[in-house]
Ligand binder design. Sequence first.
Ligand code: GDP
Ligand code: MG
Length: 205
Amino acid sequence: MDSATSDRRETRQALSSTADNGLKIVIVGGFGVGKTTMVRSVSEIRPLNTEETMTKAGEGVDDTEGVAGKSATTVAFDFGRITLDAHNVLYLFGAPGQERFWFLWDRLFSGTLGAVVLVDTRRLADSWYAIDRLEHHGTPFVVACNDFGGPGHTAEEVREALDLPTEVPLVFCDARSRESGKDVLISLVRHLQTAALSHTPEPTP
Ligand SMILES: Nc1nc2c(ncn2[C@@H]2O[C@H](COP(=O)(O)OP(=O)(O)O)[C@@H](O)[C@H]2O)c(=O)[nH]1
Ligand SMILES: [Mg+2]
């Protein structure tokens, strides 16, 4: 083990016993949009996930159209963690996008600070349900378009297709990149700050 790795491990051990504030963020979106990939990229722990090799049983149930090369599917949740400082830890939950897991979502959103809706611009309709549930719960979110190559869509086109209010940030990312994933989380945190400020009641004179 090199010294940087052992330093990181010691830091994490020290932090895990002091962090007292867990902040929950969920990453939601359709099947195969890159949720597991993003949690893996940004998490500082080896993320817990329940990726299973897709079986015959999933054929015809999981819609793999347009998801070339996808050979595993998340049957429950992805879970990752990022230490912000000595007291604050961000917990990331990747929520399954398949329709048969939608009943879990309402519970998942309770206590959630905010959400990232990950979208594949070739399959925008897959994000409608997630956006609808988040709006229903009043959970602040950002939309992140994952880069699968090919002809892209402009931010305006995606906004229009998803009927996104102007205050909802829209960013482009590559879920395989740690830096890019972090930028998405930073845009969410900025959005949460803005939302918190705009909801701060005016002091009464
Ligand atoms: N080209 C490209 N492929 C990606 C990207 N993110 C994920 N993938 C691939 O897309 C497939 C589906 O990703 P996965 O994270 O399992 O999707 P999930 O179902 O949302 O968890 C996998 O084969 C990933 O390697 C990306 O940003 N660009
Ligand atoms: Mg997954």
